[in-house]
Design a protein around this ligand. Structure first.
Ligand SMILES: C[S@@+](CC[C@H](N)C(=O)[O-])C[C@H]1O[C@@H](n2cnc3c(N)ncnc32)[C@H](O)[C@@H]1O
Length: 394
C-alpha cells in the first residue's frame, strides 16, 4: 500500500505490466541460413500465434527457479524463450550484457544458441553457475585491465587475433624467488614453450613481439619462435650498466636479451619515433649539412637511428636516492624508457599492447601514457596491487 493510502491525493498504480521494446538493426537480414538449421528453429502455428500477441501474460518466477530468493529481479524463462525463438536461429549468438541470475544464458543454452553475458557483481557468479549447471564460467576479458590470473588461464580466455603488440617479460629461471624457480631447465623450457604456444593465436597478423630473457635462454626461445613460423627481426642487447657476478670463473654478466619478432612482413616499425641523441651535439650546428664522400649529410634534429644495442641503466640504478639503491617490492622491474621505445616503434595510438607477466605493471602504465590500450595478467597479489595502483591511481 504505497502512496498516501488511505488519503488523497497520491496513489501509485500497482505495477502488473512491464514493457519489452523490440528494435531491429538496419540493413539486410542474413538470408544464408541453411535448410537444416531453419527446420530445427521453426515454430509451430500455435507458438507463432501466441508469441506474436502484443500482450504476454506470464507469471513472475517462483520457487522452482534456482535463483529464487538469491536475486531480486529474475526474468521469467518463458519471456526469454519467446524472444530467442522469434528472433534467432539455432547456433546464433545471444548476448546478455546484464546477466543477473543468468536466465537469458540458460534459455539460450537450452535452445542450442551460443551465449555470452556480463555481470558486474561477482557474488552472482555462483547463482549463474547453478542456473546454467556448469562448474565454471569463463571470464570475458576486456582491455585496459590487468587480471590477477595465472598466465595459462589468462591466455585461454583471451580473444584470438586481438593483440597488436606483445611485450613479454617472463621468468628467467635465474632468481632465487618462488616465481622464478624451476626444477630444471627442461621444466623451465616446457613452461616457456607452453605460454608461447598459447600466445601465438592471440596475435594479429600485423603484430610484433618483444621477449626478454638471458642471452643463453634466448638462443633456445629464438629457435622455437622460428619453428613456429614467427619472423625474426632483431636480437637486441640490453647493456644494463649494472653488472654483477658472484662467479669468479666467467665474465661479469652485464646484458640481457630482447628478441624482436613479427607475425608477418606486414607490420609497423616507426624508426623516426625512437631516434637517440647524437653523441656530440656539435653535428646539429651544421644546418647546411656535412659534406661526406661528395654527398651532403644533414643531421636529424631528433638524433641518430636506434641500434640493436640499448644502453639503459636498470631500474634499480635509475631510482637511486642520494646514491643509494631503493628497496622495490619487485626484484626486476623494467625501465619505463625501454618499454616506451618498443611501444613507440612498434604500435600506433589506440592499438592493444599485451603485458603478459605484468609484474608491477610497467608495460601497461607506459602503454596507457602513450595512449595505447593494454591488457595483462599477474599472479602475485602484491605485484598485482602495485600494478593497479600505478596504472590507475598515479
Ligand atoms: C620478470 S617479472 C615482470 C616484471 C615487470 N616487467 C615489471 O616491470 O614490473 C615476471 C612476473 O611474472 C609473474 N609470473 C610468474 N609466473 C606467472 C604465471 N604463471 N602467471 C602469471 N604471472 C606469473 C611473476 O610474479 C613476476 O612478477
Amino acid at each position: 500500500m504505497f502512496g498516501s493510502y488511505p488519503y488523497p491525493r497520491n496513489f501509485y498504480a500497482q505495477n502488473i505490466i512491464e514493457f519489452i521494446t523490440v528494435y531491429v538493426k538496419g540493413g539486410k537480414p542474413n538470408n544464408g541460413v541453411g535448410k537444416e538449421i531453419k527446420e530445427k528453429s521453426k515454430l509451430t502455428e500455435k507458438e507463432w500465434l501466441e508469441y506474436t500477441q502484443q500482450v504476454w501474460e506470464i507469471p513472475s518466477p517462483n520457487k522452482r527457479d534456482s535463483a529464487y530468493g538469491e536475486h531480486p529481479s529474475i526474468m521469467p524463462e518463458e519471456i526469454v524463450k519467446r524472444l530467442v525463438r522469434l528472433f534467432t536461429f539455432e547456433g546464433d549468438l545471444v548476448l546478455d550484457p546484464f546477466a543477473g541470475s543468468g536466465t537469458t544464458l540458460k534459455v539460450a543454452k537450452e535452445l542450442n544458441r551460443k551465449w555470452v553475458g556480463y555481470e558486474i557483481y561477482e557474488n552472482y557468479e555462483e547463482v549463474i553457475k547453478k542456473k546454467l549447471n556448469v562448474d565454471r564460467v569463463r571470464p570475458l576479458l576486456i582491455i585496459n585491465k590487468i587480471y590477477k590470473l595465472d598466465v595459462f588461464e589468462f591466455l585461454d580466455n583471451l580473444l584470438d587475433n586481438s593483440i597488436d603488440l606483445a611485450i613479454i617479460d617472463p621468468p628467467y629461471n635465474l632468481l632465487d624467488i618462488e616465481w622464478d624457480r624451476f626444477k630444471d631447465e627442461t621444466e623451465f623450457f616446457n613452461f616457456t614453450y607452453r605460454w608461447i604456444d598459447k600466445l601465438i593465436p592471440k596475435l594479429k597478423k600485423t603484430a610484433s613481439i618483444y621477449i626478454f630473457n638471458t642471452p643463453s635462454n634466448c638462443a633456445y626461445i629464438m629457435a622455437y619462435l622460428r619453428k613456429k613460423n614467427l619472423i625474426y627481426r632483431s636480437w637486441i642487447t640490453w647493456y644494463k650498466k649494472d653488472g654483477f657476478n658472484g662467479n669468479k670463473k666467467k665474465y661479469v654478466n652485464n646484458q640481457e636479451t630482447i628478441l624482436f619478432f613479427t607475425v608477418s612482413d606486414n607490420y609497423i616499425f616507426d624508426q623516426d619515433k625512437v631516434r637517440v641523441p647524437y653523441l656530440s651535439s656539435e653535428r646539429l650546428k651544421h644546418h647546411q649539412g656535412i659534406l661526406k664522400n661528395g654527398k651532403r649529410w644533414i643531421p636529424n634534429p631528433s638524433g641518430k637511428l636506434c641500434t640493436d644495442v640499448w644502453e639503459i641503466s636498470s631500474d634499480r640504478h635509475q631510482t637511486k636516492v642520494k646514491g643509494k639503491i631503493q628497496k622495490n617490492i619487485h626484484p626486476s622491474p623494467k625501465p619505463e624508457e625501454m618499454i616506451a621505445r618498443m611501444i613507440k616503434a612498434s604500435s600506433k595510438e589506440g592499438e592493444v599492447v599485451l603485458d603478459l607477466f605484468s609484474g608491477t605493471g610497467t608495460t601497461s602504465a607506459v602503454a596507457k601514457r602513450l595512449k595505447r590500450n593494454f591488457i595483462g595478467c599477474e599472479v602475485n597479489d602484491l605485484y598485482y596491487e602495485r600494478a593497479v595502483t600505478r596504472i590507475f591511481k598515479e
